[in-house]
Design a protein around this ligand. Structure first.
Ligand code: A3P
Length: 297
């Protein structure tokens, strides 16, 4: 194993295998082609389903917490007593799919799958999708740090190596660019809502209001305050049902933190000028022609 020199890499890692499903990589642990195929082609979405969709490291757990708190009108009992993967299963994992199949409606679910692997039944239902995006440079750094501590993921190598892997889309769940472009094709559908990590950060309360409107949930001002309070970085960092601390040491290295920094723009502390310029060149080329402006543009 290579020794790393980047300052944010200070852990030794196990290496693990990935499987490929229609050209996209997934960790082998808790994933299978059968489950991915079942999710894509057979899984029945229901009109009252709510699905939180993200590319990894874009604020999945944050949105899962916000949605669970909205459903409970700001009461944190559920988010503090049920692990995030139980209260909102990842449908593409073996365990998550089984849980989703037994989940009494209305269901709250998560997924990272690119649009082409999302349940085909979506197009015939009123199931609501909330798609969260984040500055891909921050996604890169967060993904890198997560790969250093999460033991079902491959050792990322140096940040330079991971930057290349990330930009080429040779990471689990595939290319960030393809993910965003694929999902944003749903823009304009009444059951599709998108928001960015940066907007959540700039105005959490305003964002919660918009999400409530999309979901058709009416919360009082006090209930809204409670959602905002319990979805704060600090509160979530302390919530063992959301901060991954209940996972065993053979899955996550406790020297690292899932709830790492929770800020926008941390990439500036990690990318060199040359890496940033390279990223920008790839970004511009891949995102050419997109009729949308993101907070990070
Ligand atoms: P960092 O690694 O940059 O700190 P995901 O849930 O998709 O895996 O995303 C994880 C990222 O979301 C981590 O980013 C984590 O700290 C951040 N995050 C989680 N909850 C948050 C919150 N309440 N406020 C801000 N960031 C949050």
């Amino acid at each position: 194993r290579e020794r790393e020199t980047h300052p944010i890499q200070s852990f030794t890692m196990l290496s693990v295998e990935y499987l490929s499903y229609n050209g996209i990589l997934f960790p082998q642990a808790d994933y299978s082609r059968e489950t991915l195929n079942q999710v894509e082609n057979e899984f029945q979405l229901l009109d009252d389903d709510i699905i939180n969709v993200t590319y990894p490291k874009s604020g999945t757990i944050w949105m899962a917490e916000i949605l669970a708190l909205i459903l409970k009108k700001g009461d944190p009992t559920w988010t503090q007593s049920s692990a995030v993967w139980d209260r909102s299963p990842w449908i593409e994992t073996n365990n998550g799919l089984q849980r989703a199949l037994k989940y009494p409606p209305p269901r709250l679910m998560n997924t990272h799958v690119p649009f082409q692997f999302f349940p085909k039944t979506f197009l015939q239902t009123k199931a609501k999708v909330i798609y969260v995006m984040r500055n891909p440079k921050d996604v890169l750094v967060s993904f890198y740090c997560f790969s250093l501590i999460f033991k079902t993921l491959k050792t990322p190598g140096s940040l330079q190596e991971f930057l290349e892997t990330f930009l080429s889309g040779n990471v689990i769940y595939g290319s960030w660019f393809d993910h965003v472009k694929g999902w944003l094709e749903m823009k304009g559908r009444p059951n599709f809502f998108y928001i960015t990590y940066e907007e959540l950060q700039q105005d959490l309360r305003g964002s919660v209001e918009k999400i409530c409107q999309f979901l058709g949930k009416e919360l009082s001002s006090q209930q809204m305050d409670a959602v905002v309070e319990h979805a704060s970085f600090q509160k979530m960092k302390e919530n063992k049902m959301s901060n991954f601390s209940v996972l065993p040491d053979d899955i996550i290295d406790k020297k690292g933190k899932f709830m790492r920094k929770g800020i926008s723009g941390d990439w500036k502390n990690h990318l060199t000028v040359a890496q940033n310029e390279y990223f920008d060149r790839v970004y511009q080329e891949k995102m050419r022609g997109m009729d949308i402006t993101f907070p990070w543009d």
